[in-house]
Design a protein around this ligand. Structure first.
Ligand code: TXA
Ligand code: MG
Length: 296
């Protein structure tokens, strides 16, 4: 079985990570290519030890940031019970310790970890509310745990720790904070030529209509996304990401705003320049990928 779960980043589509059958269902429902491995969600380290080899950098980052919006790619133990369908038979595993209290309570009651991709149709905007999942999947998902609107609103930051630390995806945790703990600059491999993290494919996080970035003046009839509300023009096609010019608030609102604009029937979206600092880097990463959408 496969259910909708809340996390502090975005909602997930979860199943028993030890069951081939349950994991297969996730790929079917999401129409996700089998080659794109899933993140496995654990309650704590003692459960993880059975499945992965832990290293010093992992332990340091775990202590500082977990539970929270960071995913680690680690080496998988040979005798781990993780279904081969999770990893596409690779010898590494992406793992994360979610913070949302409802999900943590669920994990406490299970004797297996949960494999869960973001709960959206492949290449589209992730779900940040229980209702988003209902809209995307309808009756295909029988149970959704409603945990309110996701606090962070963007997916976790992914760091590969199998060799030297490498950032594979920008996300809810700022890379500069991770660098502070590690004590040096971390390489970013966020557009890898070799697709070892296929979710990094250039078209992703798309609302299903064209998105243009860094726009000063929108076209007529185009939805226009701006960062802050104060002192700005009130027009029916203007949409604001934040009330107080706060980038964290903007991140939290981004996906729901993209969904709302699509629902209103707009045929394209223009976005003003978003400051590329802090979580603004992750917002810009998502917008850049969303902007690869083309009508064919
Ligand atoms: O915040 C999040 O991370 C959310 C919530 C639900 O936890 N999950 C999420 O999962 O964003 P998903 O499947 O949409 O994105 C997972 C990314 C994909 O880009 C996938 O390719 C990458 O993680 N990934 C998974 N396993 C990997 C591995 N062993 N090596 C490298 N990349 C991996
Ligand atoms: Mg996803």
């Amino acid at each position: 079985m496969c259910i909708g779960i809340p996390t502090e980043t975005v909602y997930g589509l979860a199943a028993n990570a030890y069951s081939d059958k349950a994991v297969k269902k996730i790929f079917e429902i999401k129409k996700r290519p089998k080659s794109n491995p899933l993140i496995v969600h654990y309650l704590n380290i003692s459960n993880l030890r059975k499945d992965c080899l832990l290293n010093k950098t992992f332990l340091k980052l775990f202590k500082k940031f977990c539970p929270g919006p960071i995913t680690f790619v680690l080496k998988l133990r040979k005798n781990s019970k993780i279904s081969k369908n999770v990893t596409n038979k690779k010898n590494t595993l992406a793992v994360r310790f979610p913070k949302h209290i409802i999900l943590r309570n669920l994990l406490k009651n299970l004797d297996y970890p949960l494999a869960a991709p973001s709960a959206n149709i492949s290449s589209r905007v992730s779900a940040v509310k229980a209702n988003d999942i209902k809209e995307d999947f309808g009756k295909k998902i029988s149970f959704i745990l409603n945990g309110g609107k996701a606090k962070i609103g963007l997916e976790s930051t992914i760091i590969d720790l199998t060799k030297y630390p490498r950032i594979l995806r920008l996300g809810g945790l700022e890379v500069s904070k991770i660098e502070k703990v590690i004590g040096k600059k971390i390489k970013r491999v966020i557009n890898p030529k070799k697709k070892f993290s296929p979710g990094q494919s250039m078209l992703h996080y798309s609302p299903g209509i064209p998105v243009r970035t860094n726009i000063k003046i929108p076209n007529k009839n185009e939805a226009y996304i701006l960062i802050k509300k104060k002192d700005r023009e009130k027009k029916s096609n203007y949409f604001y990401l934040s009330k107080k010019n706060n980038l964290n608030e903007a991140a939290q609102n981004l996906y729901s705003l993209l969904r709302e604009i699509k629902k209103k029937g707009y045929k394209s979206i223009a976005v003003e320049k978003i400051p590329n600092s802090g979580i603004g880097q992750s917002i810009n990463d998502r917008l850049k990928r969303a902007s690869k959408f083309k009508i064919v």
